[in-house]
Ligand binder design. Sequence first.
Ligand code: ADP
Ligand code: MG
Length: 240
Amino acid sequence: EGGSETHLVQLASVGQIAAGIAHEVKNPLTAVRGFLQLLQEEHNQEYLKIAQSELNNALMTIENLLQVSKPDLDNEPFQLIKIAVELESLISLFQDQMYRVSIEKRLLDGDVTIYGKRNQIKKALFNLLKNAFEAIPGQGTVKVEHYVEQDYVVIIIEDTGVGISQQKLSMLGTPFFTTKVDGTGMGLTQVYSVVHEHKGFIEVHSSENRGTAFIIKLPKESNREYAGVTNLNVEYEDDQ
Ligand code: ADP
Ligand code: MG
């Protein structure tokens, strides 16, 4: 039975992340080893093709992983981002869902800004919204809210969807963790990575059969302080 209590969790540990990657790369590589073994015994074009295709799968997995774990790869400059503006435009991308899901917006219409990588932040917010809509099987509500709390901009994306079991909560953020038939399990990994890069925090509250709330806190930056600064990448060192 789904618990009615709300859980607060930390996202995936390094160990879980490593396990997720290892699992995803191990399968194709094991297949490659098997087919190389067969090739040693018998020259067969088919074996060669399978080995090549499995090797490609492993490389693609690693490529996907690098893209989310190293959002800096494209070296996007930091800039001022108006959160309300971005949220409004992202929400409008889900227009085709509005016949079944109603949107409740509580957005500050002022100039609340964060300083960050705009495309990466947009991608993260999009991933959270997409998950919220996907969590609702029929009719429901997605609530999008943001406010300022001390030095942080708090963004809440909440749905009335299926919720997440306590056991699965600890898997969130692990690369390739998905419960969807066509899921990639890379969405939250991207979110986690970007929020971390921006020195922010994530909280998840979920309750099975009731819904889930993702709470993102990103450092607020004042216009004045950063006016004229075009790139602060130097402040973000790689702590891997
Ligand atoms: P994907 O959406 O491709 O499955 P994600 O990394 O975005 O990958 O999400 C991983 C898993 O976390 C989902 O498969 C789902 O089980 C769970 N999840 C994420 N967001 C929600 C949500 N809002 N409600 C319920 N489950 C969620
Ligand atoms: Mg997703």
